[in-house]
Design a protein. Structure first.
Lengths: 169, 169, 169, 169, 169, 169, 169, 169
């Protein structure tokens, strides 16, 4: 693992992978190097802390943390690093990610977690936010983000056109 | 700090003390030795982990953790000990302790937090739960608990009697 | 039923058994003796009270109560014993266990219920919390809990390794 | 207490009296005899059960139970009687009566609690509901209820007239 | 429709019938005569008001109203009668009956609705509450209610016994 | 009351007037004629229905209904007219207008209520929405709305300028 | 697109079409001309603003905006027009349309959004509300609305009759 | 305004300034240049879009957007830039910032908003997150962040020591 890694993606459980695949796909699309790990704030706390503590020295720029229920992972990581930490509330258990959202976003003053939406929308947006953060000093990534925005707009225009075609029949 | 300590009470912030005083009062009333510390899961994570990790060897029986908002304190402590950890959701920030409740109680399987109610009711109950836990092997404490129950009942009877007196006038 | 019983598990309905099986499995894994009963706070109140009242004299150390909706079972039991009572909010009815959580955790001062999370995560954690309570005076159980923690960590490491293998392909 | 009592009003705490005064006022206005007691589902469970169990034989027609937070009082009473039990969720603790509402209304099948709104509106409505129940077989009470409805309407008309006067100035 | 009717059951939509069947079954079991109608507070307001207004003169004792979402049916009926009105919040739309519960239970002072739980539990309990109300002056119904309570208890005992048999294998 | 009235504003209680004053002010500012009435869906149901039923024939264009808690007023009015009905959820009782919001907005298909936000923001917006509805065929009102939008923008620019002045000191 | 259009229906995503079909059906039933577009407040913001800004000059009377999650579409459109804007909260993501409802209805003072219920009920009601708005100056539409109300009532009567037939068997 | 600006802070209303002062203080403490503007997504939409669109070319690195209720500001800004946008939900209106939180965090895929907690905790954390983002390529800021973390820890230790002193008396 001596390769350059820009984004560290940490999941609290392997059951989060199906959702976080959307995050990894976006990172891949932008050509951003990442390491994806399973590490639990509660079951493997020392290793989680070590990952967080060592991240900056490894050249990592952004950490993405995904967890469900009483989702402490992002907060615990944020406690051990000064890198920006993005939290993705997973939709698990009986409260549909609502507990995870509050457990991530309501951090006490001093330790921010950049929280995105629940589930797969949040997973995708976490990757884009990580790219945006890296793009603040990277014109190539900035151009890719501009292109991504144009592609999204184009996709909406095409769907609108298909709807017009359908409705005019 | 070489004195014998049965209960470790940890608060995430000194602003929690006004609420947790009710917890300390009950512990004092039962003659249970305790240590009360301010330590933050996010601002002093290493010290919090050390407190949790060393607690059993110090002879501590139960840990009570009070925190508000994205209240990770109890969960982080529970991750580092096999002692029973009681969580008290503090009423702070804009959601009236609701975020703290979900952040404490919805722990993933494997790492329980014994959560009590929000605010001062929870603070008092956390102390009583700690005493109940210690009383499982302690007949003196058991007797005190029985007496406490009788006193509570007596207080209700007296208030009922006062009401009857008032209403019969 | 003259056999030694350490933990009394009470469910409000036989429909809770599918969830509470996870609790019984953990108790079995730790070699903790238990009695599992169906008894309702509302349909068989006298029997429920008797179970609670007689529990300490039978040598029971901890009571686990599982119920859904307006889940009064744990509170009613706690009113009749000084043993620690663990409440498990069941996910039933239309509010996904949210009503059961509030009905259990928001106990008035004087009568604590050690509430764990909703559904099967809570069921498992209730058993572990019961073991933790008994382990405060039991070095064999303490060792088993330490081993359990190590096994959980090991399972996370293995899943992380599998993910690394998968991603490196 | 050998006097005839139609309605038994039970409160879990004397702090509920300020709110429940509105209930007692309505009962007084309708000339309905009542007994008002403080009795706790958790602190004086036996006495609460006895009150419930003996109510029908004492000639009581309806029971009103007021409690806050994890409000088990109405449900516990309903478990011990076949009389109609009206639950009034008190606004106390940090969740503004929301916990009390769910703890009262979401009763399991077989044990209904006739739940009214939170706080003083509910307190007043509980009394009216009790009167309505007694009025099903009582033409005098029925007439009083009809008059009460007319008086309410008249009060609205008067306030509307005052508003018209004010706005036309 | 000149037959004697004790309970008027009104549903806002025919889609509520599948849930309210449980209510009708209980009324049938107790031998209580009822009329079951579909009438909407919003789509057939005049007819709904007429049903409510005429109910007492028809000899009806209790009205049960079932509706979902912004469930005004019970409140509208209560505005037009002095009979006790029981509200059953239906589980429909996207909020799982939570909107219906608040729309029913939070009535302004003066116009109570006796609200029971959401969905089929509430449907069953509405019938039992209606029977309880009628039983305040009816010793036959009272005996049936006592028997119903015993049968419920017996069913719990039998399930508990089955569980003991199963666990002892 | 033979004068021409464009907007009928109905409040369920005179306690709503302090909030709804903001609605009346906006209507006055736009020179829209209105009638403001206190009428309750539950206490004066017939009069409320009559107001709704007769509104269109009186030349009224829009009805604004303000109510709190189980806020049925807007829905009941909408059941009796084909005019657009705007609902304003009042902030009263213990749930901060949340019950009123759900009771208004979650109308069944067929009977819309145009719901605006809770409290004074909603009160103001209800008036503006009424003006917008009337302006669809009224160029003078349209111009006033355009001017209102410009004035709002201007007020923001001025506040921004004040902030710049303050920060640059 | 030079044809006359009365109602502009905008959806944030083509996935909303399955729900909004119910809206289009009602508009068709009333013979109201409409244009249905897919345009996103976030992905195609300029085009969305242009649609809103140009709507009044195109002769459009009402705009209906449907979006889910952090549903800004209706508010963004309302910021760029003085036409009445109806918001329909879509049921998508993990919070069942609850986030969309709050994102639409809680508009700041000055920029109203006429919010209807979540999902397909809201979709249908949005169309009816648009027709009601246009009908304030259109007697043909008014008659159609009166007929629609009668048809709804008739459908309820028929279903009630079917129920009576079924129950009398 | 030709000076170099790193962070653009935008508030939807001047009433947000009292809360956002905590954000500006932190930015000042870190020596980060910022511009603080009042601009509304709904009242001054064009200017808000221009601010967002032009931000990157002006050399701005991060945008912080604070708004309450249906808080669209952060999302609207994010729609017009590829810079990272941090959203701070203000506590205003009747829902205590809960509406603002959902309106900010639940963004659709493609347009992330980095949401922090509600109110003043979030205001402070937004500034720290902005600094963290800039610090990914700035070793001076990184050192300041490390020092900030140490200072926070030191403050906790001091408060803990004061507590020990107080308790040992």
């Amino acid at each position: 693992m001596s390769k350059q890694v820009d984004v560290l993606v940490v999941m609290g459980s392997d059951s989060d992978l199906a959702t976080m695949d959307k995050c990894l796909d976006v990172l891949n699309d932008f050509g951003v190097s990442f390491e994806c790990r399973i590490s639990s704030a509660h079951r493997t706390p020392e290793e989680t802390c070590k990952m967080a503590t060592s991240a900056r020295n490894r050249g990592i720029k952004v950490i993405i943390a995904a967890a469900g229920m009483a989702a402490h992972l992002a907060g615990v990581i944020a406690a051990h690093t000064t890198l920006p930490v993005i939290g993705v509330p997973m939709v698990s258990g009986s409260f549909q990610g609502f507990d995870a959202l509050l457990s991530m976003v309501q951090m006490p003053p001093g330790i921010p977690v950049a929280t995105v939406g629940t589930g797969s929308s949040g997973a995708k947006n976490a990757a884009l936010l990580a790219v945006q953060i890296m793009a603040t000093e990277d014109s190539v990534l900035t151009e890719k983000l501009e292109q991504y925005k144009k592609d999204m707009a184009k996709a909406v225009f095409e769907k609108d056109q298909q709807l017009q075609d359908k409705l005019s029949k």
